[in-house]
Design a protein around this ligand. Structure first.
Ligand code: DQQ
Length: 565
């Protein structure tokens, strides 16, 4: 071989190796701790603490997700960076080098949450919160160094940062998490920053002609009315009232509704409202006044799901939502296992035909991981009985079951005083038999059922409509006392004509993401059973109601491991 050719091959190898090293920059030596709870198809880097999803975006055929990451360990730390993963399909991920790390006076103490905006000409930029040298929260801008790199591996911080500093009346500890910006018909950019003013949560509004100079608008886009702490991670976006297609943040079309979501620090839940946006008055006007951080405000997820962020996927014209799913185990365990936190399965979000809420459904791409399949149709589950769904890997599975609703006249009457679904799930758990339910799934169950997580429904009638209580009961999820085993609950309002109710659960070792009634209510739980290996997990369908139950279809698949896990 000629020396020149050898030299070129050698150089190519060096470049490939350097790239491979960069791409796996965040990997570390695995801890010797037997970590059977590690998810196999949910996004997270190999080690360490992660929290909020940041700046999701789609660029030149590649999906990007950044997220809060502690490079030094598996607990939240004062020094947080923006970790960065990229994917062609939202399922398999490559972990890239960190996009933003503390380095300048305006972000020396941490790079906290923020969002991406695609500027005209397909130019992605990031607005993020920096904890400055004095630990004060300020808003900063970063741009890609090389627009021809679809992996956007290098980010440059704008030399004129910060762009926004805490306005009068807002404490420097309470000013963070800029949204994706949107441009009005007047060509002016708007962005919202989460904050707290006079003990009231606020969506602080800024405007800019050039994305560099931002001026505070005299009034917030919306503010709370309760003393409920800072509003973290606001998200503001349009949704179409017809169909599932997503809408780009700056679109000013007709037939649009708007969603304002905020993350309530006091109970770490994400609440949202649907309403309209009065662009002249720069106000969000909710259809139903809300955002108190309590029931009956709408939640994306009635389990563990926080600091969520959505983005418009211009490739497939849909809006996708991500949420941070924290652990429920002890910090000592997180240190032992060397990691904590996962990102949810990306969910497509759209307006429900009833207009009263959003619906969420795991992105279609996740189905590419489906493997061994079992199916049942037209199966009767006798009162107070269960059957095992055999033939799949129950600890790594996608299970979709559809139950027949009772006749409305036969349904138990709903007591209007029941206004707290979580409380109702506690007083009427899976072991308490009712007229129409409880029925559902026992997941991550040991053979003897001493460990299991029950996800189930109970059907009631209220004013000639159905109200379904959906519960996820973690109390028997693990023999260990060291984990949080809260029961989660949600109400699903169904039409009297609805004949079926479906339950889909994505089970990935220590996480169970459940979607009730085609995404009308979602409940995510973390579970840490003690049986010795994931292979010993079982899944059952059960009916503890006094009437027999008709399962019209049950499809269950083992799920493959995704790349990047
Ligand atoms: N997490 C970030 C903050 C945000 C909080 C810090 C929400 O920017 O308010 O990691 O979980």
């Amino acid at each position: 071989m000629k020396p020149f050719v050898v030299c070129v091959i050698y150089l190519c190898c060096v470049i490939l190796l350097v790239n491979a090293k960069e791409i796996h920059d965040v990997s570390h030596t695995a801890s010797p701790y037997r970590d059977q709870g590690r998810p196999q198809f949910h996004l997270r880097p190999p080690q360490n603490w992660i929290n909020d999803p940041n700046g999701p975006l789609y660029y030149k055929g590649v999906y990007h997700l950044f997220y809060q990451y502690n490079p030094y360990g598996s607990l939240f730390n004062q020094t947080i960076v923006w970790a960065h993963s990229a994917s062609y399909d939202l399922v398999n991920w490559i972990h890239l080098k960190h996009a933003l790390v503390p380095s300048k006076p305006f972000d020396m103490k941490s790079c906290w949450s923020g969002s991406a905006t695609i500027l005209p000409g397909n130019y992605p930029v990031i607005l993020y919160t920096g904890l400055n040298i004095n630990s004060q929260q300020v808003q900063n801008l970063a741009m890609p160094k090389n627009l021809s790199d679809p992996f956007l591996q290098e980010w440059v911080k704008y030399h004129g940062n910060p762009l926004m500093t805490p306005p009068p009346g807002v404490d420097p500890d309470d000013f963070r998490d800029p949204t994706t910006a949107w441009r009005g018909r007047d060509g002016i950019w708007r962005v919202v920053v989460g904050g707290l003013r006079n003990k009231i949560g606020v969506a602080i509004l800024y405007k800019s002609k050039n994305f560099i100079h931002w001026s505070l608008h005299h009034a917030p886009l919306y503010s709370g009315n309760e003393n409920a702490g800072i509003w973290e991670c606001p998200d503001f976006f349009p949704v179409s009232v017809n169909g599932r297609e997503g809408i780009e943040n700056s679109e000013n079309g007709t037939n649009l509704k708007y969603v304002l979501k905020v993350s309530f620090i006091f109970n770490t839940n994400d609440y949202y409202m649907i309403g309209s946006y009065d662009a002249d008055k720069e106000k969000f006007v909710p259809d139903k006044i809300g955002l108190t951080g309590t029931h009956p405000d709408l939640r994306y997820d009635y389990g563990k799901f926080y600091a969520s962020k959505s983005f418009y996927d211009s490739g497939k014209k849909r809006r996708i939502l991500w949420g941070w799913i924290n652990e429920s185990d002890s910090s000592a365990n997180d240190i032992k296992k060397g990691w904590a936190g996962i990102q949810s399965i990306p969910r497509q979000v759209y307006h429900s035909p009833t207009g009263t809420q959003l619906l969420q459904w795991p992105v279609k791409e996740i189905e590419s991981l489906r493997d061994t399949h079992v199916t049942y149709t037209g199966k009767i589950v006798k009162s107070k009985s269960l059957f095992e769904v055999k033939g799949i890997t129950a600890s790594q599975a996608d299970i979709d079951i559809s139950f027949k609703m009772p006749k409305l006249d036969d349904a138990e009457i709903f007591n209007p005083k029941w206004n707290d679904p979580e409380l109702l799930c506690r007083t009427k758990p899976a072991t308490v038999s009712g007229q129409n339910g409880p029925f559902g799934l026992l997941l991550m169950a040991s053979q003897d059922l001493t460990e299991h997580t029950a996800v189930f429904f109970r059907v009631f009638k209220n004013n000639q409509q159905f109200v379904v209580l959906m519960c996820s009961d973690q109390r028997r999820s693990s023999h260990t006392q060291e984990v949080d085993r809260t029961i989660y609950g949600a109400f699903i309002h169904m039409d009297h004509k609805d004949e079926m109710i479906s339950l889909r659960s994505l089970v990935d070792h220590s996480v169970i993401e459940s979607f009730g009634a085609e995404g009308r209510a979602c409940i995510t739980a973390r579970v840490y059973p003690q049986f010795s290996s994931g292979k010993e997990a079982h899944v059952y369908a059960f009916n503890n109601g006094s009437a027999d139950l008709f399962v019209s279809t049950l499809n269950a698949w083992s799920m493959k491991k995704s790349k990047g896990n």
